[in-house]
Write a protein that binds this ligand. Structure first.
Ligand SMILES: Nc1nc2c(c(=O)[nH]1)N[C@H]1C(S)=C(S)[C@@H](COP(=O)(O)OP(=O)(O)OC[C@H]3O[C@@H](n4cnc5c(N)ncnc54)[C@H](O)[C@@H]3O)O[C@H]1N2
Ligand code: MOO
Length: 399
């Protein structure tokens, strides 16, 4: 069978999806912009401007140990905490405490003993502590050690983890400029799809409703609750035209049968088809389109594994581009067995690891989820296939 001439190569489909997201972001057509959010609401959002240190970090010299700050030679006359020091003077200090003026080093508490001499308290090294302890600077965390004021500590475009948010707090921020997650509408088609209980012959249990919202959120989108559609042209067109979401993800109906209405509904809605189909297996009928006004539509095939592979191919790059992030990087793993060639098409195969490398998981038919559920990840096999030992690309799973 010949391949559709306008079908996109897998790598081109990814690039096109990422670029479409970038362009929608730049043009403002995605309907959302950067805004300020309090630190505790920033987790998982994308930073719109770099975080720069608003003061040196740390902003004052502090002790890294409980003990004494001191200057000059033993014995040291003990002063009250926080006192400026002259030669042969010491003062108690706690971890994180301010280093007073005149301090040369910190002696940790295990290394010192305080004794009474001439009615005064004196500090000496504990028995066995070497005479060179503490050398100048010991246990002092200098100001600016982690960052100088003005240093960029987190670049724009970063998806914020708890560590990034902590860095922002340390650098003096109360809120951050972030892109809020773009709204993603979910339209699930299929008269035969049922959402609970045991399906009768001719019915299938819905695999998308319970999973797509979480996957979309993990990819950086803000999903709306799934909206279910019958296999009907008008209902499909109305739902697409009526959606306010920046990105619409549909499932099913990507084919050309009498029950498939996505393509004709997109055409009626005036959409521009950016990716009509992809030379990949499974998932080749997946599509990407743009509606008048800029909203983007990802059409996922109805077969569950095909839909997941298409979502990783189109959805992950699109949402990355739309939120100012780089194209998601591919990983790599050694092929543990031969992967057969498939002319003109990439194959996305859930894999398991054996002693030699990645081998295809079992139960990876286009309509099956069992293989993906048991898989370590997904390998991307190029059209020429892969030999045992050859490095093959992997797609990161969003979970
Ligand atoms: N004559 C041809 N037939 C098909 C072709 C082809 O090239 N020529 N391609 C096949 C491939 S590949 C795929 S993938 C599917 C694409 O189908 P659609 O996107 O049109 O999806 P549907 O026909 O609506 O459903 C396909 C399949 O998926 C099941 N499904 C749908 N929704 C759900 C859901 N929410 N949860 C679980 N399963 C779902 C549906 O019941 C069907 O079994 O077309 C092939 N046919
Ligand atoms: O792409 Mo279909 O995606 O083989 O099931």
């Amino acid at each position: 069978m010949s391949l559709e001439p306008d079908s996109f190569a897998w790598t081109d489909a990814r690039e096109t999806a990422w670029s479409a997201g970038r362009e929608a972001l730049a043009a403002g057509t995605a309907g959302w912009t950067a805004s300020s959010a309090p630190l505790e609401q920033c987790l998982g959002l994308v930073l719109a401007e770099p975080i720069t240190a608003q003061l040196p970090v740390p902003h004052y010299a502090s002790s890294a140990m409980d003990g004494w700050v001191l200057a000059g030679t033993e014995p040291w006359q003990l002063k009250p905490p926080g006192s400026a020091l002259a030669a042969s003077e010491a003062a108690p200090v706690v971890t994180g405490g301010l280093i007073p003026e005149g301090t040369v080093a910190v002696l940790r508490s295990e290394y010192g003993v305080v004794e009474q001499a001439d009615g005064q308290q004196q500090l000496r090294r504990a028995p066995g502590v070497p005479a060179e302890e503490p050398p100048a600077g010991r246990h002092i965390r200098p100001a600016g050690e982690e960052a100088a004021a003005g240093d960029t500590v987190v670049p724009a475009g970063t998806r914020l983890t708890p560590a990034h948010v902590a860095v922002a707090a340390v650098c003096g921020y109360d809120s951050l400029p972030v892109y809020r997650a773009p709204a993603v509408g979910l339209l699930l088609t299929g008269d035969e799809v049922v959402t609970g209980g045991l399906p009768a012959p001719g019915q299938v249990r819905d695999t998308f409703g319970p999973t797509l919202p979480a996957i979309v959120a993990a990819l950086g989108g803000q999903p709306s609750p799934p909206h279910r559609l019958p296999d009907d042209f008008e209902a499909t067109r109305e739902a697409i035209e009526g959606s306010k979401a920046s990105v619409i993800v549909t499932t099913g109906g990507t084919g050309h049968s009498r029950a498939d209405h996505l393509r004709s509904a997109l055409q009626a809605a005036g959409a521009r088809i950016l990716v009509p189909s992809i030379r990949m297996r499974p998932g080749h009928p997946a599509l990407l389109a743009q509606l008048p006004g800029g909203r983007l539509v990802i059409g996922l095939p109805g077969n569950p594994l095909a839909a997941m592979m298409a979502l990783l191919t189109l959805g992950a790059p699109l949402l990355a581009g739309l939120t100012g992030r780089a194209m998601p990087e591919l990983g790599g793993v050694a092929a543990g067995s031969r992967f057969a060639p498939l002319e003109g098409r990439h194959r996305l195969v859930p894999y398991a690891l054996d002693g030699h490398g990645a081998v295809p998981a079992e139960h990876v038919g286009s309509a099956m989820m069992r293989g993906l559920a048991a898989a370590s990840g997904v390998v991307v096999i190029p059209p020429q296939g892969a030999r045992p030992g050859e490095l093959v690309a992997t797609l990161p799973l969003p979970w």
